[in-house]
Design a protein around this ligand. Structure first.
Ligand SMILES: Nc1ncnc2c1ncn2[C@@H]1O[C@H](COP(=O)(O)OP(=O)(O)OP(=O)(O)O)[C@@H](O)[C@H]1O
Length: 236
């Protein structure tokens, strides 16, 4: 059985998306996106001030969060109509996520962390899957795959998180502030890894970032202010 069911990235079409937290007088509209289109395989940043809705946008576009109203179509799949279980299954099949705070299991080794996404489908993992995880850790430059994630530096944890996001050859690669709190050298390494991985596989790459160097390397930018998203524009 293949490790992943990778195929071309689907295009994204969003219509009348709203994400509202709370009810009645406490209701706060966090996202209001009348329309947004992303071409298959595009590499985009999501940019805007703190609290403008960048993480919320990434979460609804990748099915972590369900929008209050609207349509989020990756190809023919409208995430907004899927229940939580179906959304989780779709995300496991299609999305590699690098979270702002990594979300690694600290007691597990780096290698076991990379293998975690495969454990949803395979209770026993074979040599091919372990070799693939090892290859990814080699590619991200992590020298000691058996060390516990909890004792790794932030830069090392970030590399493990990227390797884990890639283990299923995702069609959509999404990263939230992947270079935050890294030094300049590690910021460049992480940017290289993400861009190269997306280019190699043709995945659509969505990166929330304030990092000017990384912003400049992504082809297009989604600007967001107060939950409103401007049409996608070419990066400066
Ligand atoms: N579960 C929640 N309930 C209520 N409000 C929320 C919730 N999650 C986020 N918000 C609010 O939604 C707004 C957007 O938050 P979000 O984290 O998406 O912004 P951001 O642009 O990613 O911010 P930052 O750059 O600081 O990480 C903020 O005002 C935040 O307080």
């Amino acid at each position: 059985m293949p490790i992943s069911a990778s195929s071309e990235a689907p295009p994204l079409t969003v219509h009348d998306l709203r994400l509202v937290y709370g009810r009645g007088r406490d209701a706060t509209t966090v996202l209001d996106v009348p329309a947004l289109s992303i071409a298959a395989g595009a590499q985009l940043s999501v940019s805007g001030p703190s609290g403008s809705g960048k993480t919320s946008l990434l979460h609804v576009l990748t099915g972590i969060e369900r929008p209050t109203t609207g349509l989020i179509c990756w190809g023919s799949v409208d995430l907004a109509t899927l229940g939580e279980g179906a959304r989780d299954a779709w995300r496991r099949r299609n999305v590699g996520l690098v979270f702002q705070d990594f979300h690694l299991a600290p007691q597990l080794s780096a290698l076991e962390n990379v293998l975690l996404p495969l454990r949803f489908d395979h209770w026993r993992l074979g040599a091919a899957q372990r070799d693939r995880a090892q290859d990814l850790l080699d590619a991200v430059g992590l020298a000691e795959p058996k060390r516990r994630a909890g004792v790794l530096s932030r830069g090392e944890q970030q590399r493990v998180a990227i390797a884990r996001a890639l283990i299923r050859d995702p069609r959509i690669l999404a990263a939230d502030e992947p270079t935050a709190s890294l030094d300049a050298e590690n910021r460049a390494v992480v940017a290289d890894l993400l861009l190269a991985a997306a280019r190699r596989s043709g995945a659509t790459l969505l990166v929330v970032t304030h990092d000017a160097a990384l912003l400049g390397r992504l082809g297009s930018v989604i600007r967001i202010a107060n939950g409103s998203v401007a049409p996608v524009e070419a990066a400066a």
